[in-house]
Design a protein around this ligand. Structure first.
Ligand SMILES: NC(=O)c1ccc[n+]([C@@H]2O[C@H](COP(=O)([O-])OP(=O)(O)OC[C@H]3O[C@@H](n4cnc5c(N)ncnc54)[C@H](O)[C@@H]3O)[C@@H](O)[C@H]2O)c1
Length: 218
């Protein structure tokens, strides 16, 4: 993957993992689009890294589409890294009562629907691009968590959301984003990865893969 002078979108780029990803890509000479709903945080990382900040809520269709329109002006889209997420702690039966539906739904809305909203447009854009010199049209990275397989007390909503991110990545790898080709999205590590979960996952080629570490790129 050629990073120098290429365009990468990082959601949640204003903090934590997203900000670290922005810094790493910027250090490699990438044109980074930092996406965050927190304008102060996003702008601070943009100033420090030399990237461009676009304020957007990952769950909002219109603002995500506008963000991609901005990114297109910088060049072909080489990578989208989904780091935006929330991790609330709330017990199903806590001291102040039963788990709120609003907080459960919000966690799934941001972590699952937000990730999906960002990746679906990325997949559409990348599928329409010419293959770059390294044989790829682009890379999409989704961020799950060990909580997808081993959620802790107070992580019901978070664990459900991260499990969903793992689950939805598999049909992407198996062809959801490219109906014209039998192979769909190529999974680089499919042959290398051995399953870690009890049930595992049987890929189309008969290999067992670790769903939590699947990486797909069109
Ligand atoms: N920190 C960890 O130990 C850890 C472990 C495993 C997985 N993760 C995952 O890594 C990702 C990043 O975690 P982090 O610790 O860096 O979090 P963080 O809170 O430091 O950063 C998350 C960023 O996402 C942004 N964000 C939240 N909701 C948004 C929305 N709707 N639209 C746009 N931006 C939004 C926030 O403003 C924030 O800047 C998350 O998906 C998290 O679940 C983190």
């Amino acid at each position: 993957m050629q990073i120098q002078d290429n365009v990468f979108v990082v959601t949640g780029g204003g903090s934590g993992l997203g900000a670290a990803t922005v810094r790493a890509l910027a250090a490699g000479g990438a044109k980074v689009v930092i996406v965050d709903r927190d304008a102060d945080a996003g702008q601070a990382v943009a100033k420090e890294s030399g990237g461009a900040f676009v304020r957007a809520d990952v769950t909002d269709e219109g603002s995500v589409q506008k963000m991609y329109e901005f990114a297109a002006r910088l060049g072909g889209l080489r990578g989208v890294i989904n780091c935006a997420g929330v991790a609330p702690a709330e017990k199903v039966i806590g001291k102040s009562g039963v788990h709120a539906m609003a907080s459960f739904s919000r966690t799934l809305q941001i972590n699952v629907a937000g990730t999906f909203n960002v990746l679906r447009f990325a997949a559409e854009i990348m599928a329409g691009q010419e293959v770059f010199g390294d044989g790829e049209r682009g890379v999409i990275i989704n961020t799950a968590s060990i909580a997808a397989f081993d959620g802790q007390v107070g992580q019901t909503a978070y664990a459900a959301s991260k499990g969903a991110i793992v689950a939805m990545t598999l049909p992407l790898v198996d062809g959801d984003v490219n109906p014209h080709k039998s192979g769909g999205v190529r999974c680089r590590r499919r042959r290398e990865i051995r399953h870690r979960s009890a049930s595992g996952y049987q890929g189309n080629d008969g290999e067992s893969v670790d769903a939590g570490r699947v990486v797909g790129s069109p």
